[in-house]
Design a protein around this ligand. Sequence first.
Ligand SMILES: [Zn+2]
Length: 576
Amino acid sequence: MRMPVRSAGAFCLSALTAALLLGCASASQPIVAGERPYDILIQNSRVLDGTGAPWFRADVAVRDGHIAAVGNLAGASAKEVIDARGQVLSPGFIDMHAHSDLSLLKDGRGMSKIMQGVTTEVIGEGVSVAPRHADDDDGQYGIKPDWTTLSGYFDRLRATGTSGNVMSYISAGQLRRYVMGEGAQRRPTAGELEQMKQLMADGMKQGAAGLVMALETPGSVQFPPEGDLSPAMPTTDELIEISKVAAQYGGIYATHLRDQGEHFEDGVREAALIGEKAGIPVEIFHLKAAGRPNFGKMAPALATLHEARARGIDIAADVYPYIAAAHPLSVEIPRWAHEGGTEKMLQRLADPALRPRLQAEVRKYMTTKYYNELTGASGADAVIVSSVPKSPGKYVGKTLGDIAREQGKDPYELVLDLSIEQDNKVGIVMYYMSEKDMVLALRDPFISFDSDGTAASPEFGGRPHPRWYGTFPRVLGHYVREQKVLSLEDAVRRMTSLPAQRLGLMDRGILRPGMWADLVLFDPDRVIDKASFESPHQYPEGISHVIVNGVTVIREGEHSGKLPGQPLLGRGAGSP
Ligand SMILES: [Zn+2]
């Protein structure tokens, strides 16, 4: 993995003599009198190096973007000195699955992420930023995309500037869209598959992290992936073929499983099969047993993952630490009603002849699946409206049950009406996971973390899932300190070196001389998430400093105005 600027390996390991001159001193090297000062000196911190080893007390010096020295650095001089007494210094956190593709072009500060200590996020899921046609209509946040390739997007990102580093997957859904047109309900021809593979290769050469696919379709997907599967979704074989190309360039295959509910374990097995057949590392996004009837399925799913690893398949997963998820309300509408695209679907929702059947199916789906363990509410009462384009004040933050009672209508009739009124653009947050399952995943040694969220700030408005702001501090404060589900050393390892390794970022994720200086300073006794479902736009507490590529972005909890983040290019970057 490389940043376009300069590789860490070349910087520190090339020549010992040069190392002294450049200040690449290791702990054992004395501070040379007259040496130019460090950029940053962090004194008296408890260092958690990201490997899972216990903390040790040391000073850490940063120069020219990299960690220059770790040890007793008394007497050293630096342009910026941070007294870290009582705090823990660790490598920056890596968010394995993020949706900041366009939001970072609106506000490069990416406040909801950098305030959590996230120094690298990986974007691209259902759609990815590239490849795209110049005239594709896919803007958001007032951003009009003007690139067609991944390199073009990265150029735009560099021009905007970002607090943190960004990696990107190429989505198989985006490849289909690009080659076969929007919403194609068929299998690709051999020629089209070939074209997708070529585009995948191009993406890898431009620095993609790998292939990604969100395999869940509206109306609950059934296995096997051949047969009854919506033809709008790639088959296992199609994914294996494209994954082989990503593998050639050192990429990974990342996936939102085809089914996270009834066929959760089949979904895990399919991911492992793709890893095996394509010879590619696999990352499962937000591992969850979704829906009340599926509570308890995390243990067998984790066993399946462990068993695959024992067979030599490099598969792992990430989670977010919440028992509620978020998605568009349209997912609640049965699959048959989606046939032919959004406009056709909205016509069906309004058709009096179809409404009773639709209403009954939505009722069955939602009442079976949604259940809030904390309150005992189920169905529409366990679903909160998070965003609507029209009159948000009337809906946002209320449960579908509340809105239905206000309007004196059946909540599942409301689902149809609201979808029509809001042009199918309703976002919801719904309770459908068990804490017990989630804790099992949080305890597992090869689970890392994802926000599945957007880098935003309170000015973005709406009522997003609190994971946008709270994921990492929630693990550290709630699950490490308060619930003692995992140790601090292990949590930090799984926020830093584990995801760095998965992404091939060999010069990040561990706090050691020569590595890029992505660092987080936090108080383990105070760190906690503040974002809630009621009030999600809240920054966490207890994280005082965040350093990216050797530059202090968060100082004493405030943004410094600096945007040192860079696109991080995958291993295939620059291949012929
Ligand atoms: Zn997803």
